[in-house]
Design a binder for this molecule. Sequence first.
Ligand SMILES: Cc1cc2nc3c(=O)[nH]c(=O)nc-3n(C[C@H](O)[C@H](O)[C@H](O)COP(=O)(O)OP(=O)(O)OC[C@H]3O[C@@H](n4cnc5c(N)ncnc54)[C@H](O)[C@@H]3O)c2cc1C
Length: 329
Amino acid sequence: MFDLLIIGAGPAGISAAYEAQKLNLNYLVLEKNLIGNTIYQYPIGLTVFSTVNELELVPNTLFPAREKPTREELLSYYTRFVLENNLNVQWEEEVKSVEKQGENYFKVKTEKAEYETKTVLFAVGAMQYPRHLGVKGEGLPKVHHLFRETYPYVKKHALVVGGGNSAGEAALFLAQEGAFATLATFRKDWEETDPKQGCIKHWVKEPLEEQLEKNCLDVFFLNRVIEIKENEIVLEEENGDIETLPNDVVFILVGSDADLTMLENLGVKTKDSKYGIVPVYDEATFETNVAGVYVVGHFTEARHIAGAIEVPKKIIPKIAAKFEKGKFA
Ligand SMILES: Cc1cc2nc3c(=O)[nH]c(=O)nc-3n(C[C@H](O)[C@H](O)[C@H](O)COP(=O)(O)OP(=O)(O)OC[C@H]3O[C@@H](n4cnc5c(N)ncnc54)[C@H](O)[C@@H]3O)c2cc1C
């Protein structure tokens, strides 16, 4: 019987594990893919936008070669942190269900085993369901909902759909490395400058504008994507005109959503927020309406890596205190 079972080994799950270990909780982290899997899926060589202090699990332990770390430096940092601190993380083991057993404990099932735990912390992130456009041809093999690298697309007609930083970065990397790149976006997203609106950050937008001037990039102000064909893509411009562009590859980078099914099956309430559907939880403890079920990280309203790391530092001591008071004995 574990005191705490943590689902997910992203920054939130690793931070929670480290706090649980310091407080001598009997804990386990189960991760379906790799340690830091969301970061593993970032584009190869990407420099992240956060500053070092927002990414560190312990102050003064992350030392990138430049001001901000690359994907590789950050992934190495989180992986080595798990290994060097001997955190109890099992990766490549997906949690399939969590069931409440009476008042005091939960049964957690994976494809490999069953575990019993007094409390469960969901740290599952919000990457499970990349959003789709639902257009004809979206299932073609040349259509991707994740962008990893540019080199297969040199001198190819590459179209990126999206208005956030991920889409901006993909279009930039493709343009810089010799693809015929087009960013198809809503005008309001391209012109938005408030970072809180999830727009393209200025250090991506400025080099994108340079690529535009050098004619290495096109920006297409989109009304909608109509159809993706084998060698073309049919788009509706913001003025209603229909245009067909030559096309070899499409990246649809319009965000992703968390899978809340396990939480909903447990009876956890959800609500609509500016980020989409999020679980309802107590803002001080991050405990949901189901006693013993906690949530943390990027599918809550405490977003980004900084929030994912900071919240466990506050809430794990509160969970540990309940054990000391004998609530879970
Ligand atoms: C390209 C890109 C660049 C970004 N750059 C930044 C940045 O510079 N700064 C920043 O703050 N944020 C950035 N983000 C967002 C950042 O990655 C997230 O905020 C962060 O990963 C959230 O951490 P988390 O631990 O909450 O979730 P995640 O890192 O998503 O971790 C959740 C983990 O749970 C695992 N999991 C899910 N379901 C299960 C299950 N059923 N069983 C077991 N394991 C499961 C997943 O495999 C995953 O490893 C970026 C995102 C992208 C896509």
